[in-house]
Design a protein. Structure first.
Length: 447
């Protein structure tokens, strides 16, 4: 499938924006969602671009360490509260899958951090192992490269990266659940773009479908939603029996935000230092805001919650609004654990609403733990978008979330994480929480 070339006349802002819009696939890339178009990519600068180029290997090592930490906790070589936290609220069959010897060394082959640009540098707020935006970012990189932009990852970095995570498999099934239906168009475009005589990329729904030994499957559905994905059991059995390559693996530890709380836990500092190395650990602690698990277990009278200096989570309610520069969100394994569905910014809520959120987090710990994270306010940057109604470039002072996509190719110690591309989401400056929305600019990044 040959991509169209941009016309030589696409030099003006109007020409560039028009070309980008005209290349959108019929039906778009997201179901019932569009975005504002910038005629230029978001510029990072050399230092930030280099930081993103090298971050993938750090995050891959972090995932390996998380996997080891969980397994050692189950085996009694690390404290049992670690696996107890991570297994909380999970069904027994999923815990059994996660602990299976066949999946012992498996970790996600796509790694996407959410990074906010703040006055103090980057803030890594989440790590997504089932990310949307792969097809979108691949399309953006391709189209902006056609108008002469040197996008990070290159014109086909996302395409090569995604194709490279499936080894030698000739048939790759991309399974998109109804819960993830918003992203189906971008994944269908991705499959269509990658199809060739040598390899077939097959978009699938969540109903059972035929597959063969040696096939690969990309799981684009969250593990909390298994009851609504009839094909899941057959795929998981095939993966455990080594009949297919399945990524991301059915291991809910990688869908938990509390991993950052474990990173900051002083009881585990020597583990992280040993498994990450001093350099990688220092880099992560600089990037990741301090994070806590909201665990209602009573503390001894002389103990305090670190950094907050509280002796009981109930005291979280009486913090002043200024002291509430804190984000609360469901850790994982919940329909509310993705997007901005369960995100509460303490400084933006009334005392009554904040207290209610604290009570809900404490009451829900047994089935769906919540995390608390320091809020690092994104700084305002200058951006803009093209208004097709007025025919003008409109300035947009906005706050930015960067989503680099790292694709893990190779096996075992030879596995490497390569940057495929970087998606910038630029929201109007009055928005406190950054996510994809109709009044946001979505664009690729350049150095």
């Amino acid at each position: 499938m040959n991509a169209p070339s941009a016309p030589a006349a696409a030099k003006t802002v109007a020409d560039r924006a028009g070309f980008i819009r005209d290349q959108l696939p019929q039906g778009g890339l997201f179901a019932d969602m569009d975005w504002r178009i910038s005629p230029v990519p978001f510029t990072l600068g050399d230092n930030l671009a280099r930081e993103l180029e090298t971050l993938g290997r750090v995050l891959l090592q972090f995932n390996r360490a998380v996997n080891l930490l969980y397994r050692q906790s189950v085996a009694g070589k690390q404290p049992s509260w670690i696996s107890a936290w991570l297994d909380r609220g999970k069904p027994a069959n999923l815990v059994e899958l996660q602990r299976s010897a066949a999946l012992k060394n498996e970790s996600p082959r796509v790694i996407r951090p959410d990074l906010l640009i703040t006055d103090q540098g980057l803030a890594l707020t989440e790590l997504d192992s089932v990310p949307g935006g792969i097809g979108l970012t691949a399309w953006l990189n391709q189209i902006y490269a056609q108008i002469g932009e040197a996008v990070l990852g290159g014109a086909d970095g996302m395409l090569r990266g995604f194709a490279g995570i499936f080894g030698e498999a000739r048939n790759i099934h991309v399974v998109v659940s109804r819960e993830a239906a918003t992203y189906r168009p971008e994944m269908e475009w991705l499959c269509h773009r990658l199809n060739s005589a040598e390899r077939r990329f097959l978009p699938q729904g969540d109903a059972p479908f035929p597959f063969s030994d040696g096939d690969a499957v990309y799981r684009f559905f969250e593990l909390f939603d298994l009851a609504n994905v009839p094909v899941a059991d057959a795929l998981f059995r095939a993966a455990v029996n080594k009949r297919i390559l399945l990524t991301p693996p059915p291991k809910p530890i990688f869908e938990e935000k509390m991993l950052f709380a474990l990173l900051w836990n002083r009881n585990l500092r020597e583990f992280w230092r040993r498994e990450l190395g001093e350099g990688f650990l220092s880099r992560l602690l600089k990037l990741v805001p301090y994070t806590w698990v909201i665990d209602p277990t009573p503390l001894p009278p002389q103990a305090v919650i670190p950094e907050l200096n509280l002796t009981d989570w109930q005291q979280l309610k009486i913090l002043s609004q200024k002291e509430r520069e804190l984000i609360m969100k469901v850790s994982g394994f919940s329909e509310n654990a993705w997007g901005a569905r369960s995100v509460y910014l303490g400084s933006d809520l009334s005392h009554v609403d904040w207290s209610a959120a604290v009570d809900a987090a404490l009451a829900g710990f047994e089935r769906s733990p919540c995390v608390l994270q320091r809020y690092h306010k994104p700084k305002v940057v200058e951006s803009g978008y093209y208004d097709f109604t007025t025919g003008q470039l409109v300035p947009l002072p906005g706050r930015v979330r960067l989503c680099p996509y790292y694709f893990v190719g190779g096996e075992g110690d030879a596995a490497r994480a390569q940057l495929g591309g970087v998606l910038a989401t630029i929201c109007p400056a009055d928005k406190k929480i950054i996510h994809g929305m109709r009044d946001a600019v979505l664009t690729p990044c350049t150095a």
